[in-house]
Ligand binder design. Structure first.
Ligand SMILES: Nc1ncnc2c1ncn2[C@@H]1O[C@H](COP(=O)(O)OP(=O)(O)O)[C@@H](O)[C@H]1O
Ligand SMILES: CC(=O)OP(=O)(O)O
Ligand SMILES: [Mg+2]
Length: 403
């Protein structure tokens, strides 16, 4: 029988998330996470769903992504699900930046690796880790197809009017400066799942997707195709995020250089790692921010209000871009779990047909569900994302043709 399993690796700047799936029924055989890579306090959590055993945890320094992937391989082998298994059909990798070239999932060869490497300057937090994941996996299983699934692919349908910055065209083209957009596997998956929830085909619905995780982005999806998204050349533009500023006047950078005496690298670090929620109030976790707001903390309150104000602006902007909106879908860690963010983001938008039902919004649940009242003109939904399943599906579709 042909192999039917796919291992998905989502290598982040300081973490590796992984899942092993059986594509016959999309069941998860094992899932896990290595976090705080490069620190003394690294931790691996492994859940052997197939073997049905207890979750396993390892604590202690994991020096780099090579060591992290070695540890993942060891844990999988303990359950008899080793990377050497003949049942593995392919390994699917999340790659954050694919530039304009990669509009589809792609089997990795040396030329593809070189292109992902060339794009490091526009995804410095993400592409290096993605590359390491691919290289290590290739070393372990050179015989297997390694498939790269790009965050940018779903956004390659954006019209030029949305994808271009209004700067000198020749300069922009020479340096490939344009808006690429990210979190595309999530926006694709969630917009389709939202259509399903509405009982419609993706071609027939217009959806605003709000992916609110540590990184956060919004997208406007018309008939299954992305027409605008909030991230740009890099994953820094747009919404307020856990540690990233999102939109700022570009002159802030020159001001900090000329008046503040800061270097380009220092400002890069400021805007990517010391801004957003953490820069505003010292915490980047929405749970902690809400605890502080409830306790009357003014800094946390202001951080929350700035986060929600930006979100509301993008909802309004994408409403205008789409003209007709069938649904607004909240997803990822904050979007799926924070009722106060959902309520505040849509407050006062009743004249646009947008309403949240208090009871539905705060009711617990893990499945895709509506949180708007039955009479609302526009559906509002919580739709859990599943980037790993989407990557596995795209990977298997690509290699399934050959196995
Ligand atoms: N129960 C919750 N309530 C509010 N926010 C939550 C909850 N659980 C997770 N989050 C938020 O989700 C974020 C992580 O989102 P996630 O989509 O997992 O991000 P990433 O994939 O970028 O690591 C956390 O930083 C936290 O702010
Ligand atoms: C592209 C991006 O921002 O990804 P993440 O949310 O995983 O950091
Ligand atoms: Mg994420």
């Amino acid at each position: 029988m042909s192999p039917t399993r796919v291992l998905v690796l989502n290598s982040g700047s300081s973490s590796v998330k992984y899942q092993l799936l059986d594509m016959r029924d999309h069941s998860r055989l094992a899932v896990g996470l290595v976090e705080r890579i490069g620190e003394e306090t690294s931790r691996l959590r492994h859940r052997p769903l197939w073997a049905g055993g207890e979750d396993r945890e390892r604590e202690g320094a994991v020096a780099d992504h090579d060591a992290a992937l070695e540890a993942v391989a060891e844990e999988l082998a303990k359950d008899g699900l080793g990377i050497d298994s003949p049942e593995l059909a392919a390994i699917g990798h999340r790659v954050v930046h694919g530039g304009r070239r990669f509009t589809e999932p792609t089997v990795v060869d040396d030329a593809v690796l070189a292109e992902i490497e060339r794009l490091i300057p526009v995804a410095p937090l993400h592409n290096p880790a993605n590359l390491t994941g691919i290289r290590v996996a290739r070393g372990l299983r050179p015989d297997l197809p390694q498939v790269a699934v790009f965050d940018t692919s779903f956004h390659t349908t954006m019209p030029e009017s949305a994808a271009r910055y209004a700067i000198d065209t020749e300069t922009a083209d020479r340096h490939r400066v344009r808006r690429y957009g990210f979190h595309g596997t999530s926006h694709a998956y969630v917009s389709r799942a939202t259509a399903r929830l509405l009982g419609k085909e993706p071609e027939d619905v217009n959806v605003i997707v709000l992916h609110l995780g540590n990184g956060a982005s919004a997208s406007a999806v018309r008939g299954g195709r992305c027409v605008d998204t909030s991230m740009g050349l890099t994953p820094l533009e747009g919404l307020v995020m856990g540690t990233r500023s999102g939109d700022v006047d570009p002159a802030v950078i020159f001001h900090l250089m000329r008046v503040g005496g800061m270097s380009a690298d220092e400002i890069d670090e400021l805007l990517n790692k010391k801004s957003g929620l953490i820069g505003l109030c010292g915490d980047n976790d929405m749970r902690e921010i809400r605890r502080r707001v409830e306790a009357g903390d003014e800094r946390a309150r202001l951080a929350f209000d700035i986060y929600v104000h930006r979100l509301k602006k993008y909802i309004g902007a994408y409403y205008a871009v789409l003209g007709r909106v069938d649904a607004v879908a909240f997803t990822a860690g904050v979007g799926e779990n924070s009722a106060p963010v959902r309520e505040a983001a849509l407050a006062g938008l009743e004249s646009l047909g947008l309403e949240v039902d208090g009871g539905l919004n705060t009711a617990p649940g893990d499945a895709a569900r509506f949180i708007s009242p039955a009479h609302a003109r526009v559906a509002v939904a919580v739709v859990p994302t599943d980037e790993e399943l989407e990557i596995a599906t795209q990977t298997y579709e690509l290699v399934g043709k050959d196995v």
